[in-house]
Design a protein around this ligand. Structure first.
Ligand SMILES: [Zn+2]
Length: 366
């Protein structure tokens, strides 16, 4: 499980705390670091590991998701606007935004969310940027599609992604970075399988499954079924942007090895805390005088120190910054320990038993 440090920091958590939590891999976003502070500055300051004080492995994505979701997020109301699976969320009104992304065969021109300036990313540039940042695993530039794109557009985007995959491989100069290809094809069986076969035939070091995973979690499982069996068996397989507890069991069973997800820290900052009986929302009045920790027996810093639910609720209600740190430490501990248990269960051939035991108690309150 990659802990997500979008702009070179896991919000509210220090690298020392991440090491203490047993976090093994961080994911940082090329799009954000490209725009600010800029890859050249990071490189001159010793590269991303030194810049952010994290000596462990780092993954950088290619920027494709952030660039293209700027466009389809506003046109389709998908992504940050209403969540990954539009079939499972109530739609919200679409913004009257100008066209933010222009795609052509060579790359994409987009508007920076920071200062409104026009920017451009191409396969060649994203590899140069990621080589300058210096992560251990870097991703090819791709064009993800939204669940609301039709088969025709999704096929065109997939073809561009395939062309860009070849160009990324031709551009790479560093042999000390693993380069992963990205499978696209939306929630269309023939496209996903075609993309997995194509990417699987190129000299990548691993693969990420990206883009639209359909309109529901059932669709997501189908997408993995259509993709994962067609990439080389030894390749590590990363599922981009998915990592809720319920998802981990299903996706590991379908052959996924690596995840990244902002959910543990993003939920924590909104006061949503994982427990073995599902999520609780800490600022609810029922916790006003609750003396117990978030979860009895949890070994995280927050729970083992003895901070009560009442104290955490107070910090959230008062807007104290410590609330975000204590909540993030707990949620990260929860998800990292769950992944450890899943890895052990896979080795012991007991994943189904662990899934049934865990999910019989855990009920998502999303
Ligand atoms: Zn805890």
């Amino acid at each position: 499980m990659c802990v997500v440090g979008t702009a070179g920091s896991v919000k509210g958590v220090t690298p020392a705390e991440l090491r203490e939590l047993g976090a093994e891999v961080l994911l940082a976003n090329t799009y954000h670091l490209f725009l600010r502070p800029g890859a050249d500055i990071v490189q001159r300051l010793g590269g991303l590991h030194q810049f952010m004080g994290w000596g462990g492995p780092i993954v950088t994505d290619s920027g494709g998701y952030q660039v293209f979701s700027l466009g389809f997020g506003l046109e389709h109301g998908v992504g940050k606007q209403i969540g990954t699976f539009p079939g499972e969320d109530a739609p919200r009104p679409r913004g009257q935004a100008p066209r933010l992304v222009r795609t052509d065969a060579d790359g994409a021109t987009f508007t920076s969310h920071i200062d409104g300036s026009r920017q451009r990313l191409t396969p060649e540039l994203t590899i140069k940027v990621q080589e300058a940042l210096g992560a251990d695993i870097v991703l090819a530039f791709d064009e993800p599609t939204s669940p609301l794109h039709d088969a025709t557009y999704t096929a065109e985007a997939m073809e561009r992604t395939h062309d860009w995959a070849r160009r990324c491989l031709a551009t790479r100069t560093r042999s000390d970075q693993a380069l992963f290809g990205i499978v696209q094809g939306g929630a269309f069986a023939d496209l996903r399988t075609q993309s997995a076969r194509f990417i699987g035939g190129l000299p990548f070091d691993g693969v990420a499954i990206g883009g639209s995973l359909g309109k529901s979690k059932a669709d997501m499982h189908s997408v993995l079924d259509w993709s994962v069996p067609y990439v080389p068996e030894p390749w590590p397989r990363h599922l981009l942007g998915i990592g809720e507890p319920e998802d981990l069991f299903a996706c590991v069973a379908l052959g996924i090895d690596q995840f990244d997800c902002v959910a543990p820290t993003r939920l924590a900052r909104h006061g949503h805390l994982y427990t073995s009986r599902g999520r609780l929302t800490i600022n609810h009045p029922e916790f006003r005088e609750d003396p117990v920790p978030i979860e009895e027996g949890c070994a995280c810093y927050t729970c083992s120190t003895g901070f009560s639910r009442a104290y955490l609720r107070h910090l959230f209600v008062a807007g104290e910054l410590l609330a975000y740190t204590l909540a993030s430490l707990h949620n990260l501990h929860f998800i990292l320990r769950l992944m450890e248990r899943i890895r052990a269960a896979v080795r012991a051939d007991a994943l189904i038993e662990l899934r049934d035991e865990f999910l019989s108690r855990y009920r998502s309150t999303a």
